[in-house]
Design a protein around this ligand. Structure first.
Ligand SMILES: *Cc1c(COP(=O)(O)O)cnc(C)c1O
Length: 443
């Protein structure tokens, strides 16, 4: 078996990052950290939204929509120029020929999810990809038919799973099994294992959010996949909140399939084209049902338009249509930054940035709010979810009025995601200061 080309700056120890550095509440600490930050130059590679007064916003919403790389405009304009000058010939003669555009992205995409280039493809949007992959990998039988997901999974995933059950004529309520959330808003380390064990005879599929969108918890994908496989359960991972946020080793972890969007941490723009992963083990499986389209057909005979579909070996065989080039151009510009910075360095900074945010917030801890994201850096990405049961919405609105862009999730959670590519320690320090001023001003 081939080994996937994981960059040497991404190691297993990234998941078990070193103990957090000793933080300091002195405001000068933020300036010192920024001055010493090897990634500090990347902020200038992004457009930072401005307030009406022309100041930089404090942007902590990269978990929802990543900022625009400055290079995205030129990348898209290049395609517009090639289209203007070449018309249909651009498929072969564009600067980045459109025929093979998605293939050119497979190397960089494979590197940040820990996959072989042949295991990944960029196509469609996330929920569409989840459906296409479930058509192939959710194969219910009379006895083994249930789908395990985590409680409070992103609604689109819940709808997708329920509608897959429905499409098979199965009960979409009885067929969904949830990994339970604890009263503290976190999944206990054993919650997934216990659920798998309980359903070892009747679950067909586990669809896991690699990082939960609500509480920011990072699951031990490798161990959960191993446990599910031992129980005969196929594993799909929704990496929407994990891709570009935490180092992934999808190939080594033996995940069956995965999908992710590219507009969150991957900064490829609103609604940009999504990614998917199909493990090499399944590359040549022609026993699997799949929804087919011409772009997934064998490249040698694609233009002979033969009547019978023969899939390309690997993830590309799940494509339906020829891809939209403009969103892929933005993704190309963004991936170049990820390749340059390296996931290892990004993760190292991320652990510090988020640790610093947690430190400053907890320096004035209060009964009136809590952090529902795990405190252990190996169990989270960059996001902290702050639960504010009383007055949370008002606090959120007051922060927004000060140019803080984070997000509110009903009923009582503020999500804050410092992103290592463009957020600074000073951003984090100012956020914590405003949080405490406003919070303490609420009485
Ligand atoms: C953001 C997100 C989605 C969004 O789905 P789209 O198809 O891209 O609109 C779905 N699932 C999860 C877990 C998400 O975080």
């Amino acid at each position: 078996m081939n080994t996937p080309p994981v960059p040497d700056n991404v190691t297993d120890s990234d998941r078990h990052a070193a103990a957090p550095p000793r933080f300091d509440a002195d405001p000068a600490f933020a300036a010192r950290m920024d001055a010493a930050d090897p990634l500090r130059a990347y902020r200038a590679e992004f457009h930072i939204p401005r307030t009406a007064e022309g100041d930089d916003c404090l942007y902590f919403c990269g978990n929802s929509l990543g900022l625009q790389p400055v290079a995205a405009r030129e990348a898209i304009e290049q395609e517009l120029r090639d289209w203007a000058q070449l018309g249909v010939e651009g498929h072969f003669r564009a600067t980045h020929p459109w025929m093979s555009y998605h293939e050119q992205l497979a190397g960089p995409v494979g590197r940040f999810v820990g996959a072989l280039p042949s295991e990944v493809v960029t196509m469609n949007t996330l929920t569409v990809n989840l459906h296409l992959l479930m058509v192939s990998f959710y194969r219910p039988s009379a006895t083994r038919w249930k789908i395990i997901i985590e409680e409070k999974a992103f609604p689109s995933d819940q709808y997708a799973v329920a509608s897959q059950l429905h499409a098979h004529g199965l009960d979409p309520v009885a067929g969904v099994v949830e990994i339970p959330l604890g009263a503290d808003g976190r999944f206990s380390p054993d919650a997934a294992f216990e659920t798998i064990h309980r359903h070892r005879d009747d679950a067909a599929l586990l669809l896991l959010g690699g990082v939960n969108y609500y509480n920011g918890q990072l699951f031990d994908i490798a161990a959960i996949t191993r446990a599910a496989h031992e129980a005969g359960i196929v594993v799909g991972v929704d990496c929407a909140h994990a891709a570009g946020n935490v180092p992934l080793r999808l190939h080594d972890w033996d995940v069956d399939f995965a999908a992710w969007c590219t507009y969150k941490y991957l900064n490829a723009g609103p609604g940009s084209t999504a990614g998917c992963f199909v493990h090499e083990r399944h590359a040549r499986r022609d026993d699997l049902p799949r929804f087919a389209g011409w772009w997934g057909h064998d490249k040698v005979t694609r233009f002979e338009m033969p009547p019978v579909f023969r899939p390309i070996v690997g993830a590309e065989g799940w494509q339906l249509s020829n891809p939209s080039i403009f969103p892929l151009a933005a993704l190309r510009a963004s991936l170049a930054l990820f390749d340059q910075a390296g996931m290892g360095a990004l993760r190292a900074k991320s652990v510090q940035l988020t640790g610093y945010l947690e430190f400053l917030l907890l320096a004035h801890a209060s009964e009136r709010w809590s952090i529902i994201t795990p405190a252990d850096p190996s169990q989270r990405g960059c996001q902290l979810s702050l639960r504010v049961p009383a007055g949370g919405r008002a606090l959120f609105d007051r922060l927004a009025a000060q140019g803080v862009i984070c997000d509110w999730r009903e009923p009582d959670v503020i999500r804050v995601a410092p992103v290592p590519l463009y957020n600074s320690f000073e951003d984090v320090r100012r956020f914590a200061e405003l949080f405490h001023v406003f919070f303490n001003g609420q009485d």
